[in-house]
Design a protein around this ligand. Structure first.
Ligand SMILES: [Zn+2]
Length: 267
Protein backbone atom coordinates (compact mmCIF):
# COMPACT_ATOMS: atom_id res chain seq x y z
CA UNK A 1 0.00 0.00 0.00
CA UNK A 2 1.30 3.45 -0.87
CA UNK A 3 2.40 5.77 1.88
CA UNK A 4 1.44 9.45 2.10
CA UNK A 5 -2.15 9.05 1.00
CA UNK A 6 -5.27 10.25 2.73
CA UNK A 7 -6.07 6.62 3.63
CA UNK A 8 -2.70 6.34 5.33
CA UNK A 9 -3.36 9.60 7.15
CA UNK A 10 -6.65 8.14 8.34
CA UNK A 11 -4.68 5.22 9.82
CA UNK A 12 -2.49 7.74 11.61
CA UNK A 13 -5.54 9.49 13.06
CA UNK A 14 -7.03 6.17 14.12
CA UNK A 15 -3.76 5.28 15.84
CA UNK A 16 -3.81 8.57 17.72
CA UNK A 17 -7.42 8.00 18.74
CA UNK A 18 -6.56 4.52 20.05
CA UNK A 19 -4.10 6.02 22.56
CA UNK A 20 -4.30 8.33 25.55
CA UNK A 21 -2.71 11.20 23.65
CA UNK A 22 -4.71 14.37 23.44
CA UNK A 23 -4.38 16.25 20.18
CA UNK A 24 -3.70 19.94 20.11
CA UNK A 25 -3.51 22.92 17.82
CA UNK A 26 -0.40 25.07 18.07
CA UNK A 27 -2.43 27.80 19.79
CA UNK A 28 -3.84 25.43 22.41
CA UNK A 29 -0.45 23.91 23.10
CA UNK A 30 1.06 27.34 23.69
CA UNK A 31 -1.79 28.42 25.95
CA UNK A 32 -1.96 25.20 27.96
CA UNK A 33 0.64 22.58 27.14
CA UNK A 34 -0.55 19.08 27.98
CA UNK A 35 1.79 16.40 29.32
CA UNK A 36 0.84 13.69 26.86
CA UNK A 37 -0.10 15.25 23.58
CA UNK A 38 0.30 15.37 19.84
CA UNK A 39 0.38 18.78 18.21
CA UNK A 40 -0.83 18.61 14.61
CA UNK A 41 0.36 21.30 12.23
CA UNK A 42 -0.14 21.72 8.50
CA UNK A 43 1.33 24.13 6.01
CA UNK A 44 -1.12 25.08 3.29
CA UNK A 45 1.53 25.54 0.64
CA UNK A 46 -0.68 24.70 -2.35
CA UNK A 47 -3.46 22.34 -3.47
CA UNK A 48 -6.11 23.74 -1.17
CA UNK A 49 -8.48 20.91 -2.07
CA UNK A 50 -6.10 18.42 -0.44
CA UNK A 51 -6.01 20.60 2.66
CA UNK A 52 -9.79 20.66 2.81
CA UNK A 53 -9.92 16.89 2.47
CA UNK A 54 -7.48 16.46 5.36
CA UNK A 55 -9.27 19.05 7.49
CA UNK A 56 -12.62 17.30 6.99
CA UNK A 57 -11.08 13.92 7.76
CA UNK A 58 -9.60 15.21 11.02
CA UNK A 59 -12.88 16.82 11.97
CA UNK A 60 -14.64 13.49 11.45
CA UNK A 61 -12.34 12.11 14.17
CA UNK A 62 -13.04 15.14 16.32
CA UNK A 63 -9.42 16.17 15.94
CA UNK A 64 -8.45 19.84 15.70
CA UNK A 65 -5.20 20.91 14.13
CA UNK A 66 -3.53 24.05 12.82
CA UNK A 67 -3.51 25.11 9.16
CA UNK A 68 -0.99 27.76 8.14
CA UNK A 69 -2.19 29.58 5.04
CA UNK A 70 0.17 31.32 2.65
CA UNK A 71 -0.98 34.64 1.25
CA UNK A 72 -0.64 33.71 -2.42
CA UNK A 73 -3.26 33.58 -5.12
CA UNK A 74 -3.88 29.84 -5.31
CA UNK A 75 -3.91 29.35 -1.54
CA UNK A 76 -5.58 32.44 -0.12
CA UNK A 77 -9.13 31.33 -0.83
CA UNK A 78 -11.61 32.86 1.64
CA UNK A 79 -14.12 30.00 1.32
CA UNK A 80 -11.44 27.45 2.16
CA UNK A 81 -10.10 29.50 5.07
CA UNK A 82 -13.59 29.88 6.49
CA UNK A 83 -14.45 26.23 6.02
CA UNK A 84 -11.32 25.08 7.82
CA UNK A 85 -11.95 27.50 10.69
CA UNK A 86 -15.59 26.39 10.73
CA UNK A 87 -14.52 22.76 11.20
CA UNK A 88 -12.92 23.86 14.46
CA UNK A 89 -9.33 23.99 13.26
CA UNK A 90 -6.93 26.81 13.98
CA UNK A 91 -6.08 29.02 11.03
CA UNK A 92 -2.61 30.53 11.13
CA UNK A 93 -0.52 32.73 8.88
CA UNK A 94 2.20 31.03 6.80
CA UNK A 95 4.36 34.01 5.99
CA UNK A 96 7.01 34.48 3.35
CA UNK A 97 7.29 38.24 3.61
CA UNK A 98 11.08 38.41 3.57
CA UNK A 99 11.00 36.67 0.21
CA UNK A 100 8.32 39.05 -1.04
CA UNK A 101 10.26 42.09 0.20
CA UNK A 102 13.52 40.67 -1.17
CA UNK A 103 15.13 40.86 2.24
CA UNK A 104 14.05 44.42 3.12
CA UNK A 105 12.94 44.07 6.75
CA UNK A 106 10.84 47.25 6.96
CA UNK A 107 8.99 46.42 3.81
CA UNK A 108 8.58 42.83 4.97
CA UNK A 109 6.97 44.01 8.22
CA UNK A 110 4.50 46.16 6.27
CA UNK A 111 3.55 43.22 4.09
CA UNK A 112 3.29 41.05 7.19
CA UNK A 113 0.79 43.49 8.74
CA UNK A 114 -1.28 43.78 5.56
CA UNK A 115 -1.45 40.08 4.84
CA UNK A 116 -2.17 39.16 8.45
CA UNK A 117 -5.01 41.71 8.56
CA UNK A 118 -6.35 40.28 5.35
CA UNK A 119 -6.33 36.74 6.75
CA UNK A 120 -8.05 37.98 9.91
CA UNK A 121 -11.01 39.06 7.83
CA UNK A 122 -11.84 35.35 7.50
CA UNK A 123 -10.58 33.73 10.69
CA UNK A 124 -9.15 34.49 14.08
CA UNK A 125 -5.37 34.29 13.77
CA UNK A 126 -3.13 34.06 16.82
CA UNK A 127 -0.10 32.16 15.54
CA UNK A 128 2.09 32.49 12.47
CA UNK A 129 4.68 30.17 11.01
CA UNK A 130 7.33 30.87 8.42
CA UNK A 131 7.28 29.34 4.97
CA UNK A 132 10.79 28.19 4.18
CA UNK A 133 12.13 28.88 0.76
CA UNK A 134 15.38 26.96 0.55
CA UNK A 135 16.38 28.77 -2.60
CA UNK A 136 16.35 32.28 -1.15
CA UNK A 137 19.48 33.80 0.27
CA UNK A 138 17.66 35.38 3.21
CA UNK A 139 15.39 33.75 5.72
CA UNK A 140 12.03 34.73 7.07
CA UNK A 141 13.59 33.97 10.42
CA UNK A 142 15.64 37.19 10.11
CA UNK A 143 12.43 39.17 10.36
CA UNK A 144 12.30 38.61 14.11
CA UNK A 145 15.89 39.49 14.92
CA UNK A 146 14.91 43.00 16.03
CA UNK A 147 11.12 42.74 15.98
CA UNK A 148 8.51 40.86 17.94
CA UNK A 149 5.56 38.98 16.47
CA UNK A 150 3.67 39.69 19.68
CA UNK A 151 3.32 43.28 18.45
CA UNK A 152 1.04 41.85 15.78
CA UNK A 153 -1.34 40.28 18.26
CA UNK A 154 0.23 36.87 17.84
CA UNK A 155 0.98 34.58 20.75
CA UNK A 156 3.44 32.32 19.02
CA UNK A 157 5.50 31.04 16.11
CA UNK A 158 6.03 27.28 16.19
CA UNK A 159 9.69 27.55 15.15
CA UNK A 160 10.37 29.94 18.05
CA UNK A 161 7.76 29.25 20.68
CA UNK A 162 7.87 25.47 21.05
CA UNK A 163 10.71 23.98 23.04
CA UNK A 164 11.79 21.05 20.90
CA UNK A 165 13.88 19.59 23.67
CA UNK A 166 10.51 18.70 25.21
CA UNK A 167 8.62 17.97 22.00
CA UNK A 168 9.59 15.40 19.40
CA UNK A 169 9.38 17.08 16.04
CA UNK A 170 8.39 14.97 13.04
CA UNK A 171 7.95 16.32 9.53
CA UNK A 172 6.98 14.72 6.25
CA UNK A 173 9.34 17.01 4.37
CA UNK A 174 10.49 15.25 1.24
CA UNK A 175 7.79 12.57 1.60
CA UNK A 176 9.66 10.67 4.23
CA UNK A 177 9.79 11.11 7.99
CA UNK A 178 13.47 10.35 8.07
CA UNK A 179 15.64 12.05 5.54
CA UNK A 180 17.54 14.91 7.08
CA UNK A 181 19.77 15.54 4.10
CA UNK A 182 17.09 17.22 2.08
CA UNK A 183 16.11 19.73 4.73
CA UNK A 184 17.59 23.12 4.27
CA UNK A 185 15.60 25.93 5.82
CA UNK A 186 12.60 23.83 6.69
CA UNK A 187 14.45 22.94 9.83
CA UNK A 188 15.01 23.87 13.39
CA UNK A 189 18.02 25.80 14.51
CA UNK A 190 19.26 22.77 16.35
CA UNK A 191 21.33 20.47 14.18
CA UNK A 192 19.32 17.39 14.96
CA UNK A 193 15.56 17.26 14.97
CA UNK A 194 15.59 14.60 17.63
CA UNK A 195 16.80 16.20 20.79
CA UNK A 196 17.89 15.15 24.24
CA UNK A 197 15.44 12.68 25.67
CA UNK A 198 14.19 11.89 22.23
CA UNK A 199 17.58 11.29 20.65
CA UNK A 200 17.78 7.97 18.93
CA UNK A 201 14.06 7.52 18.63
CA UNK A 202 13.71 9.11 15.23
CA UNK A 203 16.50 7.35 13.53
CA UNK A 204 14.27 4.33 13.01
CA UNK A 205 11.41 6.39 11.64
CA UNK A 206 10.97 6.55 7.90
CA UNK A 207 7.45 5.58 6.94
CA UNK A 208 4.09 6.58 8.33
CA UNK A 209 3.77 3.04 9.69
CA UNK A 210 6.87 3.78 11.75
CA UNK A 211 5.22 6.94 13.07
CA UNK A 212 2.07 4.96 13.86
CA UNK A 213 4.13 2.37 15.76
CA UNK A 214 5.82 5.15 17.72
CA UNK A 215 2.47 6.66 18.63
CA UNK A 216 1.02 3.34 19.73
CA UNK A 217 3.95 2.77 22.08
CA UNK A 218 3.15 6.08 23.83
CA UNK A 219 6.71 6.32 25.14
CA UNK A 220 7.25 9.87 23.91
CA UNK A 221 5.11 12.32 25.83
CA UNK A 222 4.95 15.22 23.43
CA UNK A 223 5.06 14.99 19.66
CA UNK A 224 4.60 17.68 17.03
CA UNK A 225 3.65 16.35 13.60
CA UNK A 226 4.01 18.59 10.58
CA UNK A 227 2.17 17.16 7.57
CA UNK A 228 1.85 18.99 4.26
CA UNK A 229 -1.62 17.99 2.99
CA UNK A 230 -0.66 18.43 -0.67
CA UNK A 231 1.62 15.42 -0.21
CA UNK A 232 -1.20 13.24 1.10
CA UNK A 233 -3.73 13.54 -1.67
CA UNK A 234 -5.44 10.42 -2.92
CA UNK A 235 -5.87 10.06 -6.64
CA UNK A 236 -3.11 8.56 -8.72
CA UNK A 237 -2.65 11.46 -11.12
CA UNK A 238 -2.03 14.03 -8.43
CA UNK A 239 0.04 11.63 -6.35
CA UNK A 240 2.36 10.90 -9.26
CA UNK A 241 2.67 14.57 -10.10
CA UNK A 242 3.47 15.42 -6.48
CA UNK A 243 6.11 12.71 -6.38
CA UNK A 244 7.74 13.90 -9.58
CA UNK A 245 7.75 17.49 -8.32
CA UNK A 246 9.16 16.40 -4.97
CA UNK A 247 11.95 14.43 -6.59
CA UNK A 248 12.88 17.39 -8.72
CA UNK A 249 12.98 19.63 -5.66
CA UNK A 250 14.95 17.12 -3.60
CA UNK A 251 17.61 17.00 -6.27
CA UNK A 252 17.81 20.79 -6.08
CA UNK A 253 17.97 20.82 -2.30
CA UNK A 254 20.59 18.09 -2.15
CA UNK A 255 22.69 20.21 -4.50
CA UNK A 256 22.42 23.19 -2.16
CA UNK A 257 23.41 21.16 0.87
CA UNK A 258 26.39 19.75 -0.97
CA UNK A 259 27.39 23.26 -1.95
CA UNK A 260 27.01 24.58 1.60
CA UNK A 261 28.93 21.61 2.95
CA UNK A 262 31.74 22.36 0.58
CA UNK A 263 31.70 26.01 1.53
CA UNK A 264 31.79 25.29 5.25
CA UNK A 265 34.78 23.02 4.72
CA UNK A 266 36.45 25.94 2.99
CA UNK A 267 36.49 24.33 -0.41
ZN1 LIG B 1 5.41 26.25 3.51
Amino acid sequence: MRDFTLSKYRELLEAIRSTDYVTSTVHDYLVSPQDHCIILRHDVDRAVDCNLAMARLEASYDIRSTYYFRHVKDVFIPDAIQEIAGLGHEVGFHYEVMDKAKGDVQKALEIFREELDDLRRYAEVTTACMHGNPFASWSNRDLWKDHDFRDFGLIGEPYFSIDYSKVLYLTDTGRTWADRNIRVKDVLETPEDCLNANAGICKDIRTTDDVIALIKKEEVNRICILAHPNRWCDGMARWTRELVMQNLKNVGKAGIIKYRGMRSKGQ
